[in-house]
Design a protein around this ligand. Structure first.
Ligand code: GDP
Ligand code: MN
Length: 422
């Protein structure tokens, strides 16, 4: 899912006419100070990371003066929240909170629902999971009939919201649902939606994630890679994503793990897993023999030969890698001959550029016999250190990683000898 940071989500709130606090994003303590000065009132300094529970982690702090804002930003920037480094803070008008509500919409894909579920609770500010169910009103929205303004009025009223805030709260829930639909969200949440001492109802937080398959409808969002991708994509990553963006048959996941200048130091393998679990088995085994992965790749979910071909080509294009390793540590039920065809084509094109290059392939599962034939016939005449394994070795990651290591050592030795000759 394409996730958005709080401040990005709040921009979409603004467009949907959902009230938000005034705020400015800052990347340095000095910028935070300037932002607080500009807002000219007490502020909150809030860590911008793709994680909830920032408050508890110390990533949301009060600051009554610009100097305090600078100091709080200095504490929060660079902080680690749930494994994510804080690189930006949102400096925002401090709200005088009288009550916190929760409003959220998710897609429930369970057979009996299969649609958006709207939730409202008068006990906002904490995890919705820890709110008792009688304090949450939920509504499975009929997407054909749509949501009516009285639905959200009833919802808020049923949870005890009354008087002037009732209409404001109901109106915001309604607008939130419209925004959810318009932007093809999977999740859209305001926690807390707050009632302030001066009678305003304002979205104090935002969690937003958009359906990857709908991103093509939203170029304005500027999402380069339509899947959870928490770093700035490199050229390698973008090429990998292009295989997916244009073809949804099966999955190919490719991401750079190590910058090329580090790969160039040696000991890195062009890595190609089949299935996430299998890929982890292979990585662990490689690490145990002292090798590391240059990239992470996974072709599974019955991908086409062309997808496997493109992925393999990309993996092999990494300068400085010492081997190619296909870690098919699973009896896959996808028809593996698509893999075999894609691999043969890619390896036949790339390996002649790298004489003696190690390529270790483990491929088993459905159509294994045919796949093995395709690999063995297709790669027989190449000048490379190719070893091909089948189900006999599927439980033997230690052995296979040992073979990768042995071939890498031979290959490096050859290279140093030939360099010595020059
Ligand atoms: P989260 O912990 O990642 O969900 O971050 P939130 O943005 O929800 O902030 C955590 C908590 O800080 C909220 O539930 C509020 O109780 C509190 N908080 C956030 N903004 C303000 C504010 O402007 N004024 C006050 N008094 N509390 C705030
Ligand atoms: Mn929150």
């Amino acid at each position: 899912m394409a996730k958005f940071l709080e401040y990005q989500g709040k921009e979409f709130f603004k467009q949907s006419k959902i009230p938000i606090p005034e705020g400015i994003v800052a990347s340095t303590p000095e910028e935070a100070k300037a932002a607080a000065k500009k807002l000219a009132r007490p502020v909150m300094v809030k860590a911008q990371v793709h994680a909830g529970g920032r408050g508890k982690a110390g990533g949301v702090k009060f600051a009554d003066t610009p100097d305090e804002a600078e100091a709080r930003a200095r504490e929060i920037l660079g902080m680690d929240i749930k494994g994510l480094e804080v690189k930006q803070v949102l400096v925002e008008e401090q709200l005088d909170i009288v009550q916190e509500f929760y409003v959220g919409i998710i897609i429930n894909s369970a057979q009996e629902v299969r649609g958006p579920v709207l939730m409202f609770s008068p006990d906002g500010g904490m995890d919705i999971e820890s709110v008792s169910s009688d304090r949450i009103s939920t509504l499975n929205v009929d997407v054909v009939k749509g949501l009516m303004p009285y639905d959200t009025l009833n919802m808020a009223a049923s949870m005890g919201v009354a008087g002037k805030p009732l209409r404001q709260v109901a109106d915001i829930i309604f607008k939130l649902f419209k925004m959810f639909q318009k932007l093809d969200c999977r999740t859209l949440e305001i926690n807390p939606l707050v009632l302030t001492a001066d009678g305003r109802v304002i979205a104090a937080d935002c969690r937003m994630a958009v359906d990857d398959q709908a991103l093509f409808r939203h170029p304005e969002m500027g999402i380069k890679i339509g899947r959870e991708f928490l770093k700035e994509p490199t050229e390698f990553d973008l090429i990998g994503w292009s295989f997916e963006a244009s073809d949804f048959r099966g999955t190919s996941y490719v991401a750079e793990m190590t910058p090329p200048e580090v790969v160039a130091k040696g000991g890195y393998v062009g890595y190609h897993g089949i299935g996430g679990g299998a890929a982890m088995i292979g990585m662990d085994a490689l690490n145990k023999v002292g090798l590391k992965i240059a990239d992470y790749a996974d072709t599974s979910g019955n991908p086409t030969a062309s997808k496997v071909y493109r992925t393999t080509k990309l993996i092999l294009s990494q300068p400085g890698i010492d081997a190619y390793f296909l870690a098919g540590f699973m009896m896959a039920n996808q028809e593996q001959w698509h893999h075999a065809h894609g691999l043969v084509k890619a390896l036949r094109e790339e390996l002649p550029k790298k004489p003696g290059f190690p390529a270790v392939l483990l491929l088993c599962g459905n159509k294994e016999k045919e796949s093995q034939e395709i690999l063995k016939e297709g790669l027989a005449d190449l000048d490379a250190r190719i070893e091909i394994y089948d189900r006999e070795r599927v439980y033997d990651a230690t052995f296979i990683a040992g073979r990768v290591k042995a071939l890498v050592d031979e290959y490096k030795k050859d290279q140093s000898v030939s360099q010595g000759d020059n």
